[in-house]
Design a protein around this ligand. Sequence first.
Ligand SMILES: [Zn+2]
Length: 412
Amino acid sequence: MKGILYFFLLLFITGSFGMKPKKPATQEIEGLFYYDQTPVRIEIAEGKIIRVTRIKALQPKDKDLYIGPGLIDNQVNGYTGVTFSLGDTRFTAEDVQKVNKALWQAGVTSYLPTLRTNSKENLLRNLAVLKAAKQDPASRGSIAGFHLEGPYISPEDGYRGAHTLSYVRKPDWNEFMDLYEASGGNIVQVTLAPEIEGVLPFIKQCREKNIIVGLGHHNASIKQVTEAVDMGAGICTHLGNAMANTIKRHENPLWSQLSEDRLMISIIGDGFHLLPEEIRVFYKVKGPLRTIITSDVDRYAGMKPGKYLNAEKDTIELTPDGAVMYVARNSLSGSASPVTKGVANVMKVTGCTMAEAFRMGSTNAARLYGLNDRGELRPGMRADIILFKMEDDKIHIKKTFVAGEMVYDSDK
Ligand SMILES: [Zn+2]
């Protein structure tokens, strides 16, 4: 009797799990393809895109629904009340998960948490937390690596931006190696100033480790910019920002970096950090293949408009259209708009196509950081997909998929 029971139990188990391997479940998503705005069906299996097919039409209710690759943001200092890089602020791995979820809601499927100039002790601690969060399966691979902005930048007012002066220092390879180790080898970009003593060999060493070197928060001469690029610097971080209000008319960081064809640029496209005219000029010079749209967002992003107190107990106001204002000085105090807003705004002010906007908001970053399974929608790529509508020149995210799994649905 017992033998017969075992037999049936075995039959049950093998029948349901082992004997007949099931074809992996596929799912289908339809939308107007971001590249040419024609209707397509994308088939996904095991987290990857397996087929992209042209179809005649979308369901009537989805007739204006676009489909594009998830956005990739290379500068996220914080989000939704969490900051990664202000002074002694502590954050936990759970805080990072909160940021992931809020970014998915904005259509960002990969990003670089960014740590600004800080003490070695704080950087070591924060990198260790980020490393743990990156490894956590709950992040679904959305954390693509870390961006270290500073501490090897210009101490000059204006160029230093909001970075803390007492922590600004000269490059130190041994210190950097300690940080790199604490990050689990996950620092993929360092932003530094080319005019700082000791920077050139430092850039060379970074490139030997395949770390992207960004030039930013600097007041370098043309010669210094050229030398840094000769050593392997590849991108200019948030061009047009972190500069003094008054600059030299000829020798300033704008001309040297715009005229250097070997440099890509990142620009904060939110509509507050650069004038439409600046975005237009930068885009005309660098074009869609050498421009990356970034956000530089921090803790106020994803929060309700209103007044808040910052760490120094100053009043900060988040306006309904997404500007972060330092009320006492009536000046901008960082960014609160996800890169999604920047992508739409750059499309609006430059008149570029949706394909070019996604090139700058997703593909270029994927290529720069070697994320070869992301940034495009074609067979073999990770199914990082957004469904969205365009209303009043803005992108409204409807659904977000990371590795084929729906992580955000605006209807729920
Ligand atoms: Zn900056």
